[in-house]
Ligand binder design. Structure first.
Ligand code: DCP
Ligand code: MG
Length: 589
């Protein structure tokens, strides 16, 4: 069982609580089991003989036993809850850490919906199961056996009644559990579906609204919501039959006890208090049976969740450092691709990049141009090892990137991802995300280079302006410029801009380029210029001045050279150039 392995691993720090909790519960169970005998004594020896002393004395004893029992129960609850909460927190933390260690490829496959469900619902299911284990596992079977034994001891003449009823009840229980376990697995799956829809909807709420698709989304949500409800009702209905059946058999049992007991009392071989105690014990067996069935159902639900958690825990990061990974002191900034082929690893899919070969010398600016889906972002992602090449060799300064430590490598590369992601927090904190110790002067210098300083200063709180989640309160172009400043601040040797000025007007874009170029000539404000720039762009205007332009088409480099060379040699490049000169966007594809 997956759940046992997870439980064992993460319960280890709480093992003393796991031992103590059931012992405390044992105390409560023993006290509980004494109560009906006390009632019996009050009835038979106190009330029947009109002996007030016995009534008072036994009554006080009952109160004392109940108090001791309650102490046991409460301490059990505290111990169990402490273990369960600690277990949950540790499990979530380990899971979070595991997720951080996974590569882009793992995350593509698992999906954020799954991971969010993991961190919330799945952990909660395991916690619930654990709590029930610590509260019930000892209590229910003990109470069941104990009350059965006590019933037989109290009224041996009536012992045949529970001995007939109990096997029937057990059979019914097994039948119900067998039917409900698969039903609950379905419920969990539906819950996953619901979470996925909610997550997708919230992440894309702007798209939903801009396309006026709220009714469609509501219908979609309604479907998964109804589906979840139907499944949950179906499972609950099957489970609901259980208590009714148990109650029915139990009521029959009580009628039997009263019927036969009446005989025995009349005949003088039993006393009234005995009958009352017997009925009490019988009800306790019923009660504990119900607890056991709940526990088993919860264990089945937890097992499904444990399976999903293990899927993440057992995932191997696709990109790993070699044990002998080389640390990087300084980089010159040379990049080379030699016959690189790359695919995202899905079966039966043509590679995304095919036999890519090119070199970028330190100090060069190289641009990659190509239609959407050509593989530009995929190519750039191979340099900091977001993914590893399927075949061929990617190297920096002549060293295969697979021999380098990912962390070292990424610290030397400033990567502005195509999709701008900012965090909630101030603009200042966002800019120095990659280098939290940067001084205010450095932050401002980076922002000036990225042409972000002026608009930041125009905000009421300047660099202390608090951004909403994902930077909602900025324009697309403003967000891109903050992302560029963030990349520049780490003083990268290699700067990679993936379509990072797409939302910035041409004038501002040109100023960013001029700033980067002039920076390379004179070292200002302690900012070192990135020596090598790899620029992915859609607009030829943005890349005309590059030392080299690579034209990527369907995963292959189809042309390579400076702007002038390409204009002379490449019909494709000429076509793109002409379409953009006309003021249109790139439409050659
Ligand atoms: N692809 C994929 N899995 C990913 C990312 C991309 O299967 N996690 C596929 C989709 C495309 C191909 O790889 O068919 C190339 O995608 P790129 O993102 O590399 O393409 P571009 O960056 O060139 O396109 P754009 O200009 O739209 O950013
Ligand atoms: Mg891209």
């Amino acid at each position: 069982m997956k759940s046992t392995r997870l439980l064992a691993k993460f319960l280890h720090p709480y093992r003393h609580l796991v031992v103590i909790a059931p012992l405390l519960m044992l105390l409560e169970v023993m006290m509980d089991l004494m109560q009906p005998r006390m009632v019996q004594r009050i009835v038979d020896e106190g009330i029947a003989r009109l002996d007030l002393g016995v009534v008072v004395q036994t009554g006080l004893l009952m109160v004392a036993l109940a108090l001791i029992g309650a102490c046991g129960g409460i301490s059990n609850g505290i111990a169990a809850e402490t273990a369960v909460q600690g277990f949950g927190a540790d499990l979530r933390e380990a899971l979070f850490r595991k997720i951080q260690s996974l590569s882009f490829g793992n995350l593509d496959r698992l999906g954020t919906g799954h991971l969010i469900t993991n961190l919330t619902n799945d952990v909660a299911q395991l916690q619930e199961a654990l709590l029930m284990l610590l509260r019930i596992l000892v209590r229910a079977p003990l109470l069941l056996l104990g009350s059965l034994v006590m019933a037989i001891v109290t009224g041996p003449q009536l012992a045949f009644i529970p001995l007939i009823l109990l096997p029937m009840e057990l059979l019914a229980m097994v039948w119900v559990i067998r039917r409900t376990t698969p039903l609950y697995t379905l419920v969990q799956e539906r819950l996953d579906g619901l979470n996925k829809v909610v997550q997708e909807n919230l992440a894309g709420i702007r798209v939903v609204k801009s396309f006026v698709r709220a009714p469609h989304e509501e219908a979609r949500f309604g479907r998964v919501n109804d589906d979840l409800m139907m499944r949950a009702i179906q499972a609950a209905r099957t489970v609901a039959a259980m208590p009714s059946f148990l109650l029915l058999t139990m009521n029959l049992g009580i009628i039997g006890v009263l019927w036969f007991g009446g005989w025995f009392v009349k005949g003088g071989s039993m006393r009234l208090g005995q009958i009352i105690a017997f009925v009490d014990y019988l009800l306790t067996t019923l009660f504990s049976l119900m607890m056991v069935s709940q526990l088993v159902v919860q264990l089945a639900r937890a097992e499904a969740s444990a399976q999903r958690l293990q899927e993440v825990f057992l995932a191997e990061p696709e990109v790993v450092d070699r044990p002998d990974a080389r640390p990087i002191e300084r980089l010159q900034g040379q990049i080379a691709f030699e016959n690189v082929t790359f695919g995202y690893g899905r079966k039966d899919e043509a590679p995304v990049l095919k036999e890519i070969t090119f070199r970028v010398e330190p100090g060069q600016t190289v641009a990659i141009l190509g239609s959407t889906g050509a593989g530009k972002s995929s190519l750039a992602g191979l340099i900091p090892r977001f993914y590893d090449a399927t075949a061929g060799r990617v190297s920096v300064d002549g060293m295969d990137v697979r021999e380098l430590s990912q962390a070292d490598l990424r610290r030397k590369i400033g990567f502005v991802l195509q999709e701008t992601v900012l965090f909630s927090g101030t603009i200042r904190d966002n800019i120095r995300y990659g280098r939290p110790e940067a001084t205010d002067e450095e932050v401002i210098a980076a922002a000036k280079l990225a042409q972000a300083h002026d608009f930041i200063m125009a905000l009421p709180d300047g660099y202390d302006t608090v951004l909403g989640q994902r930077g909602v309160n900025l324009s697309g172009g403003q967000k891109q410029r903050i992302a560029i400043a963030r990349a520049l601040l780490v003083n990268p040797t290699i700067l990679i801009l993936d379509d990072s000025t797409s939302a910035v007007d041409m004038e501002t874009e040109a100023r960013i380029w001029r700033a980067l170029t002039s920076l390379r000539q004179q070292n200002t404000n302690g900012m070192a210029a990135p020596r090598t720039c790899l620029v992915i762009a859609q607009r030829i205007g943005s890349v005309m001045s590059a030392d080299k332009i690579l034209v990527l088409e369907d995963g292959r480099i189809v042309a390579e050279g400076t702007h002038e060379e390409l204009l002379a040699s490449s019909p494709l490049y000429r076509a793109i150039y002409r379409s953009q000169l006309d003021g249109g966007v790139m439409e050659h594809a």
